[in-house]
Design a protein around this ligand. Structure first.
Ligand code: NAD
Length: 291
């Protein structure tokens, strides 16, 4: 079987067109332009490129974005004070702090400082708690995008078995929560480094979401024929033939998985574009709610 490619770029483009229309409507009807503040501390190259991509996406959607770049040695107190100012700034509807933060700065304290109504990443304990109990909240962007990618395959997840590999707070745990909520209704197994026989679980899965951060965590022989595979991993592997000396790959072995799966996301071009799209989605929602 040659799996269908789940085109994250196309789904993201469709949703971004919808978001841009929503932004235009909000501007025309209420005179409000959704505003996103993006804080980058330090100069981690991957973070710089993520932040640049987020700003470009904001501009394309007609949103206002304010990039705040701070040196790596910025004291935590200054960062917290800045977040306090942005919490009170009516032109800013969403605040994003690009992770990871430099050593010595507490990610927990920084994230906790973001007002829940501007937490468009969906990372604050208030939003995580609301997601867990099914209240209206900002859903975390990558997990929300993952659910949409599964749904675009046309698979009805009701009663299906979904295996999530990974239990991080930003991907694995929230994906497991979203897939098991009543609106999706899958039966979810969460696997992690403590799981004894990973393949025994994945072989019974209709959907596998792999977010382990390790290439080849999932191979074709671990899949049930026809399964849907969502590959969240972004790994740099050395490749002398590439100008940068590396190439990107996911956590699934694409060649063998695509022989067995019915549909699979590519890396890049799968989950990545959806993450930024759901950030725009949340920012528009925050601006709509603010009025
Ligand atoms: P993490 O390191 O915080 O968590 C990885 C999880 O995988 C852990 O819970 C661990 O228990 C589990 N794990 C690792 N190896 C395993 C194995 N062999 N078997 C079973 N479980 C295993 O990583 P994260 O932040 O959740 O990110 C995971 C991957 O997704 C990374 O490659 C990251 O770059 C990528 N990511 C991509 C996006 C995107 O937008 N495309 C967003 C977030 C994360």
């Amino acid at each position: 079987m040659a799996a269908d490619l789940i085109d994250g770029k196309k789904l993201a483009a469709d949703l971004r067109a919808e978001i841009a229309a929503g932004v235009a409507k909000l501007k025309a009807e209420k005179g409000v332009t959704p505003g996103l503040a993006v804080i980058l501390v330090g100069d981690n190259p991957a973070s710089v490129s993520y932040v640049t991509a987020k700003e470009k996406a904001c501009a394309e959607a007609g949103m206002y974005s304010r990039e705040i770049r701070l040196p790596a040695e910025t004291p935590e107190a200054d960062l917290l004070a800045l977040i306090g100012e942005l919490n009170a700034d009516p032109a800013i509807h969403g605040i994003l702090v690009q992770l990871p933060l430099p050593k010595g700065v507490s990610e927990k304290r920084v994230i906790d400082a973001i007002a829940a109504e501007k937490d468009v990443d969906g990372f604050t304990p208030v939003n995580v708690g609301k997601m867990l109990i099914g209240e209206e909240c900002f859903l975390p962007c990558t997990p929300h995008g993952i659910v949409k990618l599964v749904q675009v395959t046309g698979m009805d997840l009701k009663g299906k078995h979904a295996v999530v590999i990974g239990r991080s707070n930003i991907v694995g745990k929230p994906v497991a929560v979203l897939l098991s909520r009543k609106d999706v209704n899958a039966t979810v197994t969460m696997c992690h480094t403590g799981t004894k026989d990973l393949a025994a679980f994945t072989k019974t899965a209709d959907v596998v979401v792999v977010a382990a951060g390790r290439p080849n965590t999932l191979t074709g022989d671990m899949l049930k024929p026809g399964a849907v595979v969502i590959d969240v991993g972004v790994n740099r592997v050395p490749d002398a033939s590439k100008p940068k000396g590396y190439r990107l790959c996911g956590d699934a072995d694409f060649a063998s998985c695509s022989e067995v799966a019915s549909a699979i996301t590519p890396v890049p071009g799968g989950v990545g574009p959806m993450t930024i799209t759901m950030l725009l989605w949340n920012t528009l929602e925050a601006a709509c709610r603010a009025r």
